[in-house]
Design a binder for this molecule. Structure first.
Ligand code: SAM
Ligand code: 2KA
Ligand code: SF4
Ligand code: MG
Length: 234
């Protein structure tokens, strides 16, 4: 079975969440069951970009990963779109044999069996600002599917309603490491990022969490946005 792949790029650094800073190659799946109002990866979501998604077999994807990494095993980050729509099991099996490790980013709406073959599952339930509704039973199916694989929850925060959502999610899942990242409201690759505005959103988020005595979440920027702005493929 071939997979619909929007892009494969790297090595770069993982810019978000629990593995931030780690060298990685990204495999971005095409197609998503959500349409977040502020999605920064619409080229892997909207069907008007479908013609750019390549059908690729697992061995061809692995070949590309090996070429990009010079054959030196590293972390492969599977993102999208929602990669959980497709079967990444064969790719993970192939990569593992060669010493590669696999992390996956997903919103937690679909729970494939291959979650249990990962090294890290990053679950990113969507707050009210996204315009999406979270189905917690589907989210829990993802946690069940991953089995003993380490997982973390990463929530994008634009406003106070998002913070309230994050608080509830945190209470629901006391054992999941929690990461909050400020939402990026300007995702057009053609427009340079405003680093001062980004720092402002980060300091607001720290003030609203740590500053108010909420010490559980780790607060992180999107490192790749600081370094490369909204460029694709970084
Ligand atoms: C593009 S999504 C792809 C994976 C999966 N669909 C998901 O949402 O988790 C990867 C990560 O980027 C985050 N993200 C998307 N748009 C963003 C934005 N405008 N600002 C900050 N984070 C964003 C998502 O919340 C998610 O954690
Ligand atoms: N460097 C880098 N780090 C990332 N972390 C999550 C990303 C994503 O779009 O899933 C992403 C991305 O696109 N680039
Ligand atoms: S779930 Fe992820 S990829 Fe899909 S629209 Fe939302 S942020 Fe974009
Ligand atoms: Mg991204």
């Amino acid at each position: 079975m071939s997979l619909r792949i929007a892009e494969i790029f790297g090595p770069t650094i993982q810019g978000e969440g629990p593995l931030i800073g780690e060298p990685t190659v990204f495999v971005r799946a095409g197609g998503c069951d959500y349409r977040c109002l502020w999605c920064d990866s619409l080229h892997a979501v909207e069907s008007r970009y479908r013609h750019e998604w390549l059908p690729m077999e697992a061995d061809a994807i692995m070949e590309r990963i090996e070429a990009l990494s010079g054959g030196r095993p590293l972390l492969v980050s599977i993102s999208g779109g929602n990669p959980a729509i497709q079967d990444f099991g064969p790719l993970i099996a192939l990569g593992r044999q060669k010493g590669y490790r696999f992390a996956c980013e997903t919103q937690g709406t679909i729970a494939p069996l291959w979650f249990a073959d990962l090294d890290m599952l990053v679950l990113s339930p969507k707050p009210p600002s996204s315009g999406m509704e979270t189905d917690w039973s589907a989210f829990e199916a993802c946690i069940a599917a991953k089995g003993a694989v380490p997982a973390a929850m990463k929530i994008v925060i634009f406003d106070e309603a998002d913070l309230a959502f994050a608080r509830l999610a945190a209470e629901r899942y006391p054992d999941l490491p929690l990461f909050l990242q400020p939402g990026n409201g300007e995702t057009d690759p053609a427009i340079p990022v405003d680093l001062d505005a980004l720092a402002g959103r980060l300091s607001w988020l720290v003030a609203q969490t740590v500053g108010k005595g909420w010490l559980r979440p780790r607060i992180l920027p999107q490192l790749h946005v600081i370094v490369w702005g909204n460029q694709r493929g970084v």
